[in-house]
Design a protein around this ligand. Structure first.
Ligand SMILES: C[S@@+](CC[C@H](N)C(=O)[O-])C[C@H]1O[C@@H](n2cnc3c(N)ncnc32)[C@H](O)[C@@H]1O
Length: 324
């Protein structure tokens, strides 16, 4: 078993079954053993998954154009801070060198205490810990993680109540699920993450890219959306390999947008990532994004653009807010 697995086992033995958000927190972010903290190659071809941020330079060039077009407020020294929130391996640093690029992740924060500028977040929210709830016989109960042998199994936790019961009931109703069994993730880590951004960003823009569902699209996921990724394959069994694979949950966009409204962020766009990037590049007919010195490089960049506009571009959403 992985070291993270052993750590989780000993915590369960001492305290009993744990909420899935605790399992996910330890599996991904334990300071020594967590998937994102072990220093292993996880992004790109030799890793477990690609994100748009590895489609360099085209993704970074289009973002640079989008940022220039939005005239974000600058710091008193005239520079525009671009805070890459959930920066991972900071793939955007080079393409955004024309701005004051700052990386933020669980183990680092290059931004000042409070700043004006832009927060960019690519695939941040899908990596935040979630709890899991299951409805059976009309009753919503939390699903927790228990130890079995040297592995892990789901077990019933307490009945949902309060805010999260309301959330699950509302979601099930909007998804038009009948009374059949259903599983839903509860985004328990979302509020503290966006409140953290809100505390640090005095004024400016927040631009977020991720995959997920609106309330109506939730209909398609009656068994929930949790997935583990390893070597470019997706697995349903998210308990099988703590810290050996990534674990993600689709983003509940309407809940994210509701929480952003509560913070007073003014939503400007909610659209596909492809549409957002198309607008950024069409001003100069993609000349900057596709500038290359050889025919081979040019072909590679065109492939990147196609993927960003039409493949992942259609699967991912962009949400843009202004904070004044
Ligand atoms: C799927 S990776 C995306 C990395 C990068 N943005 C990219 O597109 O390649 C998610 C990243 O979010 C980071 N992360 C998770 N929770 C965070 C939090 N609360 N604040 C900042 N970063 C966080 C993870 O450590 C990880 O680097």
């Amino acid at each position: 078993m992985t070291e993270a697995g052993q750590f989780i086992q000993s915590e369960i033995r001492a305290r009993g079954p744990m909420p899935f958000s605790r399992f996910m927190q330890l599996a991904l972010y334990h300071p020594q053993f967590g998937y994102y903290r072990r220093g292993k190659q996880i992004f790109g071809r030799e890793g477990d998954f690609y994100t748009a941020a590895q489609l360099q330079p085209v993704f970074g060039r289009l973002l640079a154009q989008a940022i220039s077009q939005c005239h974000a407020p600058a710091q008193p020294d005239g520079r525009v801070i671009v805070a890459d929130w959930g920066a991972g391996q900071s793939d955007l640093r080079e393409s955004l060198a024309g701005f004051d690029y700052r990386a933020v992740d669980v183990d680092r924060d290059e931004t000042p205490e409070r700043f004006r500028g832009i927060v960019l977040a690519n695939e941040l929210i899908d990596a935040l810990p979630v709890d899991v709830a299951r409805r059976e016989g009309g009753v919503w109960r939390e699903s927790r993680v228990a130890a079995k042998g040297d592995g892990f199994v789901w077990c019933d936790g307490p009945n949902l109540e309060g805010e999260w019961l309301d959330y699950a009931e509302r979601a099930a109703c909007q998804a038009m699920w009948d009374s059949a069994a259903a599983i839903i993730e509860l985004p328990v880590g979302l509020r503290s993450c966006i409140e953290h951004i809100d505390r640090k960003l005095e004024r400016g823009w927040i631009v977020l890219f991720d995959y997920g569902y609106t309330s109506r699209e939730l209909m398609r996921f009656p068994q929930g959306t949790l997935l583990a990724y390893r070597r470019h394959q997706a697995y349903d069994d998210v308990l099988a390999d703590p810290s050996g694979s990534d674990i993600t949950a689709h983003v509940p966009f309407d809940e994210l947008r509701r929480q952003a409204r509560v913070l007073g962020w003014n939503e400007l766009r909610f659209e596909t990532m492809g549409r957002f990037l198309l607008r950024a590049g069409e001003a100069d007919q993609f000349n900057k994004a596709l500038a290359a010195s050889t025919e081979a490089a040019s072909a590679r960049l065109r492939l990147q653009l196609k993927s960003l506009l039409f493949d992942i571009g259609e699967m991912f959403r962009a949400v843009v807010w202004e904070k004044v």
